[in-house]
Structures are given as C-alpha cells and as structure tokens.
Design a protein around this ligand. Structure first.
Ligand SMILES: [Zn+2]
Length: 130
C-alpha cells in the first residue's frame, strides 16, 4: 500500500531536476526543432515533454486534503489540466498545492503536495500522513 510523507528539501531538489530536464526539452524544441521543422513538431515536442514531466510527478506524489487530512493521488490527466500554486508555511518554508476535490470527503480544498513512498521507505524519515 502506498504511503505518503511530507516533502523535504531533497524532494524539491529532485523536482528541480525534473523541471530542468523539461526546460532543456523546451529549449531544444525552440532553438533546434522550430527553425528546422516548423511550429507543429515544436509544439508537439513541448507538450510531450510537459506530459512526461507531469506523469513523473504524478507517479511519485500525492495530495493531502486540507479539509479531512487524507492523502490521495490524481491521474496525470487531472494533474495536466490543473495548475499548481506555492504556499508558505508558518515556519517560513514553502509548499506546493493545488485546488482539488478530495475523493474522500468530496470537498474542494488547497490540497498540498506530498511524496508517495513504498511502505518500507515510509519508515524512518518524515512524518507519516494518513
Ligand atoms: Zn477530504
């Protein structure tokens, strides 16, 4: 069973890496593919890159409902068409959230991004969420 833990700075680091790869694909598309093949292949490559990036994030993350505190996952398609926002914790650190409807209590809330881990990995570091 999948468990969810709070993200730490290493998770932000891996997110930045994935984002950097995506930015690399976009730059490649604009600088190389666009002058060479034109608009449509460039557009397709950027969308494909974005899709890859989001599906990577979707597979390794979940969201925690702000209303009932339960964690859930969203499919790549939902992740693709919803925007992420960044909020600030009272202690000055940042977190990422989306306005999502919770499958447990069916209320819409600012669901915060958490890391999805295997049951074994969930032991040890981080606060375990429901
Ligand atoms: Zn809920």
């Amino acid at each position: 069973m999948a468990r969810f833990v709070e993200r730490n700075q290493y998770d932000w680091f891996s997110t930045i890496w994935k984002l950097a790869i995506f930015v690399g694909i976009v730059l490649f598309a604009i600088l190389v593919v666009y002058p060479w093949k034109g608009f449509l292949p460039t557009f397709i490559l950027i969308v494909a890159g974005l899709w890859m990036y989001i599906s990577l994030i979707s597979r390794t993350s979940g969201y925690v409902c702000a209303k009932c505190g339960k964690a859930f996952q969203v499919p790549t398609t939902v992740n693709f068409f919803t925007t992420s926002s960044v909020g600030k914790n009272p202690d000055g650190t940042y977190y990422s959230y989306k306005n999502l409807t919770c499958p447990h209590c069916s209320q819409q809330s600012k669901a915060r991004l958490v890391k999805r881990v295997g049951a074994r990995e969930a032991k040890g570091t981080g606060k375990l969420l429901k």
